[in-house]
Write a protein that binds this ligand. Structure first.
Ligand SMILES: NC(=O)c1ccc[n+]([C@@H]2O[C@H](COP(=O)([O-])OP(=O)(O)OC[C@H]3O[C@@H](n4cnc5c(N)ncnc54)[C@H](OP(=O)(O)O)[C@@H]3O)[C@@H](O)[C@H]2O)c1
Length: 367
């Protein structure tokens, strides 16, 4: 362990404070038999639930810990040159777009992205548009999706179709699949990205929110995968990327449900990746640490979480790592050297100690 630490610290600017803290933590716990100071294992975004005026059924206004909806976003800036500019489809009536999706997309490649209205999902949309994919963009915030569609269609020679859905509603995945399959659209890429977390002692949290989190982070992801997989296997081509988190590698007291949902996504994706060998279809699971997304800024995490006091990774870098892993058919992608090192070191720590380390970190967050 000491040897790993020395080597790690010699790696200069790629190694950050968290790893040193981590090693210190382990040394102290070895000496004293308990963990005292704050650690390392990076959870992502604490304490945020996703309110939305368009989904009152899943997240009622009476739920106190829900943060208010984020303001409408600034239009995304797309620095890339305009290529073969096509007319913006915002002027196209929605019904026409809906009824002619397959002719709209033609024989081009299609990617479906959930949670495309902000953060990682939005970055995936930008990157995939740049790579020439037509897009199906799913989220609850219709205005954000419309703006994104419009901006991407102006900047790139692609078309985007928006599906406004609350994935906390159990029927949503089937409705998404039905809408696409009825128009013979089989996405070549499925990016299961939508997700959120909540913070606090489990028994104090609102069950409606916890339940919605399990539905969005786990059930919707799982069901969309289940719905699209047979089509992908049949055509012997397709790639699925599930967004988990570093939180998926260990339990996370004070964010118990969130960590558990990400553990599910990690385990589920690894199993599928194995099952699908030889089918032409791959599954990749992306496990970011703290990342600067809309979600983090709107939640003002800097004031409640030590995790975001250190500079979080940029969504662009995280998405590039995920995209490269996806294209290479890699099973697990952990963006950032220090994050990969932390997960490696964690193997040498008893599970109980891992849990306490996260607990200490989360308690600092809440104090
Ligand atoms: N940021 C981090 O530090 C971090 C680290 C590790 C993993 N992650 C994971 O990365 C993924 C993306 O999160 P992010 O960081 O990009 O946060 P974000 O900026 O808040 O984006 C979350 C996306 O999920 C969508 N979403 C949330 N609830 C939904 C629902 N009920 N139905 C449909 N869409 C819903 C949101 O869209 P609407 O609000 O418009 O519905 C939004 O587009 C999540 O799975 C998260 O757990 C994030």
């Amino acid at each position: 362990m000491a040897r790993i630490s020395k080597k790690a610290n010699s790696s200069g600017d790629t190694m950050d404070v968290a790893v040193s803290e981590f090693m210190q933590q382990i040394k102290e716990s070895e000496k004293e038999g308990e963990i005292k100071s704050s650690p390392i294992i990076q959870a992502d975004v604490p304490a945020v639930t996703k309110p939305d005026s368009s989904s009152p059924a899943s997240i009622p206004s009476s739920v106190k810990e829900i943060r208010l909806p984020s303001p409408l976003p600034k239009r995304i800036s797309l620095p890339i040159k305009k290529v073969n500019q096509l007319p913006s489809s915002t002027s196209t009536p929605a019904k026409v777009v809906k009824s002619s999706l397959s002719s709209l997309f033609g024989s081009g490649k299609v990617a479906l992205i959930t949670g495309a209205s902000s953060g990682l999902g939005l970055e995936f949309a930008k990157l995939l548009a740049q790579k020439g994919y037509h897009l199906v963009l799913v989220a609850r915030n219709e205005q954000k999706l419309k703006d994104l569609k419009s901006d991407l269609e102006v900047a790139y020679p692609i078309k985007a179709h928006i599906i406004v859905k609350d994935l906390a509603q159990p029927r949503s995945p089937q409705e998404i699949y039905d809408e696409l399959s009825s128009q013979h659209i089989i996405p070549e890429l499925l990016i299961n990205n939508a997700g959120f977390g909540s913070f606090g002692e489990f028994y104090t949290l609102n069950w409606v929110v916890e339940s919605a989190m399990i539905q969005v982070n786990v059930v919707a992801l799982c069901q969309l995968t289940h719905l699209f997989l047979p089509d992908l296997i049949k055509q012997k081509r397709g790639k699925i990327l599930n967004v988990a988190s570093l939180a998926g590698f260990q339990p996370g007291p004070l964010m118990a449900t969130y960590y558990a949902t990400k553990s599910y996504v990690l385990s589920f994706s690894q199993s599928l990746s194995n099952e699908l060998r030889g089918t032409g279809v791959s599954v990749t699971v992306l496990c970011p640490g703290p990342t600067a997304t809309e979600f983090a800024r709107n939640a003002n995490l800097e004031n409640v979480s030590k995790l975001f006091k250190r500079k979080p990774m940029s969504a662009e870098v995280v998405v590039k790592t995920g995209y490269t892993a996806l294209m290479n058919g890699k099973t697990i992608a952990i963006p950032g050297f220090s994050n990969r090192l932390l997960i490696f070191l964690e193997r040498f720590i008893p599970r109980k100690m891992q849990t306490q380390i996260v607990r200490n970190m989360q308690e600092k967050v809440s104090s």
